[in-house]
Structure formats: structure tokens, C-alpha cells
Design a protein around this ligand. Structure first.
Ligand SMILES: [Zn+2]
Length: 282
């Protein structure tokens, strides 16, 4: 099998605080190792039942240079580098195409506005108050699933914080979900050890592949994405991207015949909306 693994950091084993999320934070180096090991656990689980599988891992958090290449399983290739649209129009999913059989998302978190959500946000915390997909408020996992669906790739496994699970179940009852920690609030959780989470992740990945997937393809066809921003200036800047429209003073709108095309348009608009290029997008 050919498998795409989208990786984020906020939902990785042991990660609960902002000081673990960016290179200047004192917990960052440890968080890099924890995320790399979570991804390896998913790969090892798949290889248990499908030994010839190959993987592309998309490093999808912040600077997108988090996963430690020399510690990553040799069955994988790693997509490394900034999410600026010239590099990665598909952001966390750059590298996906129709040749993949299955996708997993590892290290994920709940959407912006989740009450007491652990490190909850949607793509860009300073910009996105709410992200709607065909009218429904969604987080990164559901948006990514729709983009993957437009390439014909179903999602079999999601690994992340416990408060993400209800968000996932609102649109997919069949996907395997592994919780790395039990959320207490925005910056605290009861964390399982890596030894424990890695066996849960590997078992779930093996199960998804051995059952030959009940993963549902989430192909929604015509897609309208609306993003409520925090400030009118953000909305104004975003609307300078050709194809982007606005609705009211704060809302950016992208529409296309597939989720992937609508997302690319919206990602360009979101990055345009930022005042200055943040260090993680340079
Ligand atoms: Zn992240």
C-alpha cells in the first residue's frame, strides 16, 4: 500500500503547551522526538500487516521542519519545508496525489473555538475565528479529509488529543481514532507515556490496513469555504487574491468544484491576510 501521513504537533504524545511548539521554546526538541516516534509507530503498525508499504509523511506544523529525518523509518519519505503557497499550495497535504491508497493524520488537535480545547486552532490561530466547509464549522482534520477525498484517498486513522474525537465523530463514524492524552484544558492534559501511545497507534494502524479499510472516502464535490477572520484588515488583504470574494466585513470566501481547489485558493488568501510573514512561513 501507498500511504500518506499528515503530521501535526499539537496532538502528539506529551505535547500540551506553546513552549513545545516552536523552535525557540524550551520543550520543542523533546516534542520533535515525540512526534517523530508517533509517526514511526503508525508506519510500524502498517508494516506489520503490509510489509511492502511505502509512505510519504507531510510535516505539517508551523515551520514544517519538525520531524527528525534521521530518526524517521526508512520506509518513508518526508515532505519538509515552509507552507508558503509557492512551496505548498496544499499546505499540510503537499505531496498527495491519486496514487495513494490511504491517509492517516497523526498529532492533531481540535478546531478554533472548541471550548477548553487543547491548543485548539484552525491552521492560523491569529487569523481564523471559524472555518466553514459547505456551511459546517470544521477543523483541520475534516478540511484535510475533504482535500484527500478529492484525490480519491480515504482517511483510515486519526491520532490526536481526546477533545478532537467528538469533532471527528461528527462527520466520520468509521475512522480509527487514537487519543494520545486526555484533555484538561487549553494547555494541560493527562498524558500517556510514549510506550503506551505507540502501541495503541501501531495496533490501530495495523487494524486499519488488515481490515482492508472501512475508511469512508470523503469526496464532497463542489466546495465553498468561508473563513471568519478576527480583523477587517485581514479580510481586506485576503480579498486581493484573484478568485477570493468576501461576505460581510470579516469573512473570506473561496469556491471551486473540488475541495482541493477551494482549499488552495483559501490557503493563498489566508497567507496573504497576515500582516507580516511570520517566521514559520518564511
Ligand atoms: Zn500545528
Amino acid at each position: 500500500m501507498k500511504i500518506f501521513i499528515a503530521a501535526d504537533l499539537e496532538g502528539a504524545t506529551g505535547v500540551v503547551h506553546h513552549d513545545q511548539l516552536m523552535p525557540e521554546g524550551r520543550g520543542y526538541a523533546a516534542a520533535q522526538r515525540l512526534l517523530t516516534a508517533d509517526v514511526n509507530a503508525a508506519i510500524e503498525g502498517v508494516l506489520r500487516v503490509s510489509p511492502s508499504s511505502t509512505f510519504v509523511v507531510g510535516d505539517g506544523h508551523g515551520p514544517m521542519r519538525n520531524i527528525i529525518l534521521e530518526e524517521l523509518h526508512d520506509a518513508a519519505e518526508l515532505v519538509i519545508g515552509s507552507a508558503k503557497p509557492q512551496n505548498k499550495p496544499l499546505c499540510q497535504l503537499q505531496g498527495i496525489d491519486e496514487s495513494f491508497d490511504l491517509a492517516c493524520m497523526v498529532g492533531y488537535h481540535s478546531k478554533a473555538g472548541t471550548p477548553s480545547g487543547l491548543l485548539a486552532h484552525t491552521y492560523i490561530g491569529s487569523l481564523v475565528r471559524e472555518w466553514r466547509l459547505n456551511g459546517m464549522a470544521v477543523g483541520e482534520v475534516q478540511m484535510n479529509a475533504a482535500v484527500l477525498g478529492s484525490f480519491g484517498v480515504p482517511v483510515g486513522l486519526i491520532v490526536g488529543n481526546s477533545d478532537l474525537e467528538p469533532e471527528v465523530r461528527a462527520w466520520d463514524r468509521n475512522v480509527e481514532f487514537v487519543s494520545t492524552k486526555r484533555t484538561l484544558g487549553p494547555t494541560a492534559a493527562i498524558c500517556a507515556t510514549p510506550g503506551r501511545t505507540h502501541s495503541l497507534i501501531a495496533d490501530a494502524a495495523a487494524k486499519v490496513v488488515s481490515q482492508n479499510i472501512h475508511a469512508d472516502l470523503y469526496n464532497i464535490g463542489h466546495t465553498r469555504i468561508e473563513v471568519d477572520t478576527y480583523r477587517r484588515e485581514q479580510c481586506d488583504k485576503a480579498s486581493s487574491v484573484p478568485g477570493i470574494t468576501t461576505s460581510g466585513e470579516f469573512t473570506i470566501v473561496a469556491e471551486a468544484d473540488t475541495a482541493a481547489k477551494a482549499f488552495q485558493l483559501m490557503w493563498s488568501a489566508c497567507t496573504r491576510a497576515l500582516d507580516e510573514t511570520p517566521s514559520w512561513l518564511a
